[in-house]
Design a protein around this ligand. Structure first.
Ligand code: BEZ
Length: 224
């Protein structure tokens, strides 16, 4: 069954993009990476998503995350669509976005990566790409995968929030609770014993009392 699971290494595919031909591992380099797919060029929801992604490009760059989109049309179509996306953002209608768009006109990559939405088809009955978000770590392993149907646009503020959580939890022995935002308290991971946690988190650990008497709700301030 094609597709990617958490922990899988990103396939080192070659593809044509609006920035020329790329090899995915070379493109990622030592950075984090986000690959997000789109059902089709010149479609309304996709245009709003790519417009938002373009506006947020400096935020992804600040976090050392390389962005790349994919849609199942040609490079030529992508470049013409980029003009519309820039105009939608109120900018000059140029062919350049701050990230490349992969051309997957024959759907080869979409099949390999498990991106097709069986419920959304083009006029010829061919399945369109779903809205997939893959986030890869600097080790090129898949850290997050979210799959939205073609009819539901993504929230790119949420994607940035998730990047913040992934990057924090990759390096510190913490997990982020429900609706977490940067600079608010995080939780000590269950596998870390209390004595080690006290040493690792000098800002302190705050435990919430529970009817079970088990002290598993352990908070600590966002580690620096
Ligand atoms: C859209 O981007 O608007 C879209 C694309 C395919 C199916 C539904 C919506």
């Amino acid at each position: 069954m094609p597709g990617l699971l958490l922990g899988d290494e990103a396939p080192n595919f070659e593809a044509d993009t609006t920035y020329g031909r790329i090899r995915f591992h070379d493109f990622l380099g030592d950075s984090w990476g986000i690959l997000f797919s789109h059902p089709r060029d010149f479609t309304p929801v996709c245009t709003t998503e790519l417009g938002r992604a373009a506006k947020l490009a400096p935020e992804f760059s600040k976090r050392n995350v390389k962005m790349i989109a994919l849609s199942i049309d040609s490079v030529q179509d992508h470049l013409a669509w980029c003009k519309d996306i820039n105009a939608y953002n109120g900018n000059e209608p140029t062919e350049k976005l701050p990230f490349p768009i992969i051309a997957d006109a024959n759907r080869e990559l979409s099949v390999q990566l498990g991106m097709l939405d069986p419920d959304e088809r083009d006029k010829d009955g061919m399945p369109l790409t779903a809205r997939v978000v893959f986030i890869f770590g600097p080790d090129k392993k898949l850290k997050l995968s979210v799959l939205y149907p073609a009819t539901t646009g993504r929230n790119f503020d949420e994607i940035l929030r998730v990047v913040d959580s992934l990057q924090l939890t990759a390096y510190k022995k913490v997990a982020t609770p429900v609706d977490w935002k940067p600079d608010t308290s995080v939780m000590v991971i269950p596998s870390l014993p209390d004595d080690e946690a006290k040493k690792l988190f000098p800002a302190g650990i705050f435990t919430k009392e529970l009817p079970s008497g088990k002290k598993y709700l352990r908070y600590t301030p966002h580690p620096k």
